[in-house]
Design a protein around this ligand. Sequence first.
Ligand code: ADP
Ligand code: MG
Length: 691
Amino acid sequence: MLDALYKPKSVAIIGASTKEFSIGNRIIKNLLDFGFKGSIYPINPKADEVRGIKAYNSILDVSDEIDLAHVVIPNKYVPQAIEDCGKKGVKVAIINSAGFKEIGGEGIQLEKQVVEKAKEYNVRVFGPNCQGIINTSSKVRAYCNFTFTKPEKGCISIVAQSGGVGEVINQRFSELGVGIRMYASNGNACDISIPEIIKYWGDDEQTRVIVVHVENLANPKEFMEAAKEVAAKKPILGMKTGRTKEGAKAVSSHTGGLAKVDIATELIFKKCGIVTFRDQEELCQAAIAFANQPIPNGKRVGLITNTGGPAIIATDEFVEAGLEIPPLSSNAKKILKEKLYSAASINNPIDVLATGGAEHFMAAMDVLMNESHIDSIFINFVTPFFVETDAISQEIVEVNKSQKKPIICNLMTDKRQWTETMDILKNGGVPCYSLPETAARALIAMTRYNDLKARESGKVTTFNDVDRKKAKSIVQKAKDAVRGFLSQEDVNNLLASYNIPVAKWKLVNNGTEAFKVAREIGFPVVIKVDAESIVHKSDVGGIALNLKEEEVESAVKDMEKRFAAEKPRFFVQEFLSGGRELIIGAKAEEGLGHLIMFGIGGTYVEVLKDVVFDITPITAVEAREMLSSIKSYPLLSGVRGEKGVDQKRLAEILQRVSQLVTELPVIQELDLNPIIAYEDRVFVVDARIRI
Ligand code: ADP
Ligand code: MG
């Protein structure tokens, strides 16, 4: 569907310029230099030719069909240019011109006009305010872009929201001698979106790896759907920038996005199965391995080395990332004992010794390929002057041909002297790195992709024992009363309608009532002040805990005095002692649903910051994962003879909260803090809901 964009047979440049240092000139130069296979039509009413190619007054004067048009003219003329494109039957327009949404005000209006014209005239738009695309295929050679990096042919496709980041990644691949397949940087993305491009590459056989850079997701749902589908077929390596508040601000001022700290995008990446990076170098290095090697089926690494130290560094990296270095089978050891030098180490890592030659490497690789409990092979290869290193490279390449298990090589050498040794590996498709940690991280990334792919998150459970009608009416009532926060009573009833257990409670007007109710509930009890103006009760001394029979009335009297101005009522609640205080929260995210949070709760939640997030709706597996991903998980599972808490019930409550906010999207924030959990029971004791 994006064939006209990526495989154009003809390209027009509206705003082609005779000035050397202009975008309208540069694009033509790039197309020519890159060996574009189609025809080029410069459009310029004032010139007869641009870069030696006949120029036209208007795109409508060109008799040939035009697939793709660059628009490189001042912003206010762009809507008209799109109309002309439509009349001419142009399929896609790349609007390189800036001065749209990113400048705000009239720019936003202009971009709207562009979108309207494009719809009316059936032209797809890429951009505006963008670089363009590249297709390295020898049948196309489209460099519809004004930048400078001329990539080699390869199987990595790059899409970057920021042209700057895209160019840096493209350039880095060039320096590393790695080719790319296609490239896209679509700027404001008013029509053709990153998800659409990802989907297109999902179907492009020559694209083996997709690299995605985003600053913010215009349409998170669309992104999730596309990325999930494609990541199941081929690896997507993702990077999200603008993670800090300051960074996000920088994003908003240069791409017209929203200034907000965005934790949702990384969660989305994870949920789609995208391998996430925080570092461009690490991403590029990993991409090389993904481009050449099969994905490991698990996290068990077999190492071969001919030098000690670097193998230790790699081992540390693997173990810290949760990978395993399992011992070898006795049969494997027997073979190695026979074939390697007697001083060699026949454990994992296998140390073939610096004097080890091609036959020793061969034996070690053979053994690891045949060990069914080894998923990937890491070779640590230093090039001593006294062995035939070219022969070792040839053996590695030979074994690599089977593509049965991934082989990653840390090649420690002087690249000027051992060029042949290095080239044999490179041409044989064995990814080589100069540092053990770089090599290890590339393999770790591949293993992460396998984990993400193998992850069965299951289906979302819908609880049908909930009273949706009642829940809706509670929310509606608060909406009608234009209340931001629901009353405590409403909150408790709402939770109860979703079968979320709340500690026994009752609302009363005075001390006498409180005493009566407390007797029904059972002592000791808690008294909490309840008034619309009070949000954080303990901050203002509105909580009296652990009250005995004789203390209830006076506690209420005292609060009546102190909070007289708020005209309060009072909550009587059973006092729950000795449980773990936990928190569950939810927050609406534009275009996405809600983020849901779980962690250690109570009054120290901001201090401890031991919380994790996910995106609703969550499945049982995801709820369980949330519980086990907090740092203090041992507190939930039981530590030093102390009992753990009812995790099954907690996971269910998480899912019920997820369902509640999903079914009641007007809820902006929900905060259950604390939830008190015991070995066999869990209760919410305090909750706030904002609509
Ligand atoms: P707020 O968050 O408005 O200050 P909470 O109702 O959360 O008020 O109460 C503050 C703290 O008091 C809780 O974190 C918890 O430690 C304790 N607490 C509140 N209710 C109970 C209860 N029913 N049983 C035991 N402890 C409670
Ligand atoms: Mg609280």
